[in-house]
Design a protein around this ligand. Structure first.
Ligand SMILES: *Cc1c(COP(=O)(O)O)cnc(C)c1O
Length: 380
């Protein structure tokens, strides 16, 4: 065993070629003009320092992050390359001059931010690049109907601003055809028709693979690029990007009646062979996977039994041939044999809610012919 990388913690393998396949699938499906990659939260935990330059290399010229810090780090990664970087959380208490200084475009979150941007644009020689969030129904960020109406009456509402995009977000992205989403889209069309022209951005991953009426101008795509299905009724078969594995720490034959894990949440009805795996809630695994869901070991799907503790879970491997699993072997938590959305659905959670915390905490490694090609990005 390698002393520097003992088999006692989860590992995540990221396939850059699979990202390229998914990028092309998005390109083929999308009828609008710009495809922006969402790389917030360390590119959904996959490591923004590898993912963003790779996407740029694939032809992506628009990026979306959540925070100013993420934007500053991404600008440093991409350099002065002609890529736009949008900051979804708005100004976050700083002035838009900070964003401009780092070549970032804030997505203004309310009327106060819009007023501040206009005020600073007036004392600046150059127009200030901004996007504006419109709250069509999610009640999270953006201007509401009354505020949009008021702005439409004011010819100076956007003076000095270089409007890059109108942005809105659906409340039921997993089902764009829900009536509430259709109402949101109708509002977005009506409002943007009365506002000054700029790219309209509504599509996330699920919309790109829905009817073209969802596409509009600029898509903000995260999950699909990372191989994560977001629309259960419209699975796309994306290439698997992230594979999370956890090592086996112990294999034991246990007698009927034994309690497995804290609090005795599972008691063996019959004798069983159990494998203890090194992954738990401290690694981002949802505690709701206790006594639910499964993992893949020795090519077979086996159930999780007992609770999720900080760093361990237990799988019942009684159905496997004796001796087929040894300490140091790795179980697939998610990957090509058990997709992220499948495990997430066992506990009724959104797939990215499973991906982000687990990916971000695991030890990451990358594979794909792309690993070599990346050098040419750095030279660009
Ligand atoms: C996270 C996020 C996205 C990306 O959504 P996916 O379903 O992962 O493609 C797009 N827009 C906003 C506002 C987001 O917060």
């Amino acid at each position: 065993m390698n002393a520097r990388h003992p088999a006692d913690h989860p590992v995540l393998e990221i396939d850059l070629d699979a990202i390229a396949l998914n990028w092309r699938a998005v390109e083929r499906a999308f009828s609008g003009t710009r495809i922006g990659a969402v790389v917030k939260r360390n590119a959904y935990g996959l490591g923004v320092e590898r993912i963003a330059p790779w996407l740029f290399h694939l032809g992506c010229a628009d990026f979306w992050v959540a925070t100013l810090d993420e934007g500053v780090a991404l600008r440093a990664l991409l350099g002065a390359r002609r890529a736009r970087i949008f900051v979804l959380h708005g100004l976050g208490g700083v002035t838009p001059l900070t964003h401009a200084e780092h070549g970032l475009i804030p997505v203004l979150a309310d009327l106060g931010e819009l007023a501040l941007a206009r005020q600073l644009a007036a004392v600046r020689a150059m127009p200030l690049a901004v996007a504006v969030h419109l709250d069509t129904g999610l009640t999270r960020l953006g201007l509401d109907a009354a505020q949009v109406s008021a702005l439409c009456q004011d010819p100076a509402a956007f003076a000095g601003l270089d409007l890059q995009a109108w942005v809105t977000q659906l409340g039921r992205f997993q089902d764009p055809n829900a009536p509430e989403c259709i109402e949101q889209r109708t509002r977005f069309f009506e409002w943007t028709a009365r506002l000054p022209p700029a790219e309209r951005s509504l599509s996330t991953s699920s919309c790109v693979f829905a009817d073209v009426r969802w596409h509009l101008d600029h898509a903000r795509v995260g999950s699909a690029l990372y191989g994560v299905e977001t629309a259960p009724a419209n699975l796309q078969g994306f290439a698997s990007v992230a594979t999370l594995r956890a090592p086996v720490l112990r294999v034991a034959n246990v007698a009927a009646g034994a309690e497995v894990g804290y609090g005795g949440s599972y008691r063996l009805p019959v004798s069983a062979t159990l494998a203890t795996l090194a992954i738990g809630y401290g690694d981002g695994l949802p505690i709701h996977l206790g006594n639910r869901g499964s993992v893949v070991l020795a090519g077979q799907t086996v159930p999780i039994v007992g609770g999720v503790s900080m760093g361990m879970i237990t799988a019942d491997i009684s159905t496997l041939p004796p001796g087929s699993v040894q300490p140091g072997d790795f179980a697939e938590i998610y990957g090509p044999n058990q997709r992220i959305h499948e495990l997430a659905s066992a506990v009724g959670m959104a797939p990215s809610a499973l991906l982000v915390p687990t990916a971000d905490r695991a030890r990451r490694s990358y594979r794909g012919s792309s690993v070599v090609e990346l050098r040419s990005v750095d030279a660009a």
